[in-house]
Design a binder for this molecule. Structure first.
Ligand SMILES: [Zn+2]
Ligand SMILES: [Zn+2]
Length: 146
């Protein structure tokens, strides 16, 4: 009797209501796709909200204290729109400014807005590019004659 019942279902699929139910399955698939897009957008909105929360919380920067007896460097937490010099966490003077950590010698020096600057400790040359800060390409001299 199993073959009879499956034949009945196949017949039912070809009837008006059967096609309608099959079509509903297709609609459910589209609905799932829309749901996925919506969930993705909601996730983006969630991340956007997180970013706004980060702005409220401020940020961590590498600072360098410009007060000669102190001169400490390290990470400090500042307001998102902090006015510099900020209060140095070590000497409590208003002498902490954003620092730049040299990728070669690891020492911190006062961050500059210049397009091209050098590390005052090891003389490494930095060039500010539109897409971010990266060291200039290695200048290769003429290969030594063989
Ligand atoms: Zn200090
Ligand atoms: Zn350096």
């Amino acid at each position: 009797m199993a073959s009879d019942s499956s034949g009945g279902i196949r017949e039912w699929m070809n009837t008006g209501s059967g096609k309608w139910v099959t079509g509903l399955g297709g609609l459910a698939l589209i609905g799932a796709a829309v749901w996925g897009v919506w969930a993705f957008a909601a996730k983006g909105g969630y991340l956007g909200g997180k970013r706004a929360a980060m702005k409220d919380k401020g940020r961590n920067i590498i600072y360098i204290c410009t007060s000669p007896p102190c001169g400490s460097t390290g990470k400090m937490h500042v307001e998102f729109d902090e006015a510099y010099p900020a209060v140095c966490p070590k000497c409590r003077q208003k002498s902490a400014v954003p620092g730049f950590k040299c990728t070669t010698c690891g020492k911190v020096f006062v961050k500059t807005e210049s397009m091209v600057f050098r590390c005052p400790h090891c003389n490494k040359l930095y060039e500010r590019m539109p897409g971010g800060l990266r060291p200039p390409p290695e200048v290769t001299g003429t290969p030594p004659p063989e």
